[in-house]
Design a binder for this molecule. Structure first.
Ligand SMILES: Cc1cc2nc3c(=O)[nH]c(=O)nc-3n(C[C@H](O)[C@H](O)[C@H](O)COP(=O)(O)OP(=O)(O)OC[C@H]3O[C@@H](n4cnc5c(N)ncnc54)[C@H](O)[C@@H]3O)c2cc1C
Length: 426
């Protein structure tokens, strides 16, 4: 969030705030370093932040002051935050909200008219305490103008979603390292687990999922880096916007089942707190939820796809990967990835009703994410064969492909109604 706040302030061009906060957010001196929060979620909604109820009002001295309850404010120890509030008289919805900057403590170190109502008793991520808090006339400054707040906070979300992908990959890698180590040391039925064919098959599947998530996340980061260097074409910019959601949701869906498998791979010990593994599982459950749940990001992907340039850029990236694939097994994988992408594009073009599009959006987004992961894995596999004489990345690509990359499905809306509500279907 600190990284995202720095980027958002830089993008805003608000010189006063940049000069005030950037040196703190970017310093490596712990005495001057600040972290930033991002207070959006209210009890009325985290996905639907347009319904936020926090009010912004100017006092007699012309100072903006915020009044309202923020319901899920993480990094409660942070020195500053970016937050949304509705200037009095603004219309309802996201457009009527404005993006504000505020510092949590005054010169004396006391909270700046912020009442901490309670700390959330969370499943995991307890190292980053989350507060439910009340803004009681907290002084704040506009980052941009007095509206369009939901739009203006997007740079923050792009960075936090990217970090969410990276930390999902990191959690998977840590879990696999522990499972691999355990397999080398633990004997069962007369041989180490690392020599038991079925256990190896389980670890191989985990490694393939991890490598896919790794390539996906670091392709996103490559695009982000090129964006920051001003090197992206217009269509790649649209691709970056779409992939930020797609990669976050694809890695967020992969991590919790992977860590759960790690616990099982370590047997009963994996369930015991002093191994640290239950903590890893609890912490991993945040990845699919915060910064946009799988469904909300799937709908966001649909929105991003209104820009045809995003799909064109994605097709070009698949074509580039295909060009590099020289050996037959990799060409077969490249073709499988292309076919999954083509089926996603065809489904999108054929879907007529908005309800059907929404109901199928998760399948669409996961197909885009997993087919791109396969294309990138296959591209890397060719590189590894050419430069390192290593066929292990080929094995990862093949194993990942076998676990499924195409999730396109025409949802039956009346079946969904009956099943979701447990009502009869005639
Ligand atoms: C550990 C943790 C830390 C957090 N830290 C912060 C923080 O620092 N700052 C902050 O602002 N927020 C924070 N949050 C809040 C988080 O971002 C929200 O909880 C999240 O965005 C979901 O919003 P919600 O809770 O309102 O769920 P809801 O929006 O009520 O969603 C409930 C379910 O409905 C689904 N859903 C919602 N709308 C649709 C739709 N249109 N179509 C289909 N499905 C839909 C969702 O996918 C979800 O499964 C944090 C959450 C967690 C778990």
């Amino acid at each position: 969030m600190s990284d995202g706040a720095a980027k958002t302030l830089l993008r805003s061009g608000n010189t006063a705030l940049i000069e005030r906060a950037l040196p703190h957010l970017t310093t490596r001196d712990p005495r001057r370093f600040w972290t930033s929060g991002q207070w959006m979620t209210e009890s009325t909604g985290g996905s639907d932040v347009g319904s936020s109820e926090t009010i912004a009002r100017k006092d007699e001295a012309g100072q903006w002051r915020l009044y309202g309850r923020k319901w899920f404010a993480s990094a409660a120890t942070s020195q500053m935050t970016l937050t949304l509030a509705r200037p009095e008289g603004n219309p309802p919805g996201g457009k009527g909200l404005a993006l504000f900057y505020l510092e949590t403590r005054n010169d004396r170190g006391a909270l700046n008219r912020i009442k901490m109502l309670r700390l959330k008793d969370k499943l995991g991520t307890r190292k980053v305490p989350t507060a439910e808090l009340m803004l009681e006339g907290t002084p704040a400054q506009l980052v941009y103008g007095p509206d369009n707040g939901v739009h203006n906070i997007i740079p923050m979300l792009h960075i936090t979603r990217t970090w969410n992908s990276v930390t999902s990959v990191a959690a998977m890698r840590r879990g696999i390292a522990l499972a691999r180590d355990y397999a080398a040391k633990r004997s069962a039925f007369g041989a180490p687990l690392s020599q038991q064919p079925l256990h190896l098959d389980t670890l191989a599947a985990l490694q393939a999922e991890f490598e896919a998530a790794f390539h996906l996340s670091f392709y996103l980061i490559e695009l982000l880096g090129r964006d920051e260097a001003g090197e992206l074409s217009e269509s790649e910019t649209a691709l970056l916007r779409m992939l930020t959601s797609v990669v976050k949701l694809t890695t967020g869906r992969a991590v919790t089942p992977a860590i759960s498998e790690v616990l099982e791979a370590i047997g009963g010990a994996g369930y015991v707190e002093d191994t640290g593994l239950p903590l890893l599982l609890r912490d991993s459950q945040v990845f699919p939820i915060w910064e946009g749940t799988t469904n909300v990001l799937s709908l966001d992907t649909l929105k991003a796809l209104r820009e045809p340039a995003a799909i064109i850029a994605l097709q070009e990236r698949f074509a580039k990967a295909r060009e590099s694939q020289k050996i037959a097994p990799l060409q077969a994988l490249g073709k499988q990835a292309d076919q999954a992408l083509a089926s996603a594009v065809a489904w999108l073009n054929n879907a007529k009703e908005d309800a059907a599009l929404q109901a199928g959006a998760r399948g669409l987004a996961l197909t885009l994410g997993r087919s791109l992961a396969l294309a990138l894995l296959a591209e890397h596999a060719q590189w590894a064969i050419d430069h390192e004489q290593d066929r292990r990345p080929l094995a990862a690509a093949q194993r990942f492909a076998a676990s499924g990359i195409r999730f396109i499905r025409d949802a039956d809306l009346s079946q969904n109604q009956a099943l979701a509500n447990d009502t009869p279907l005639n």
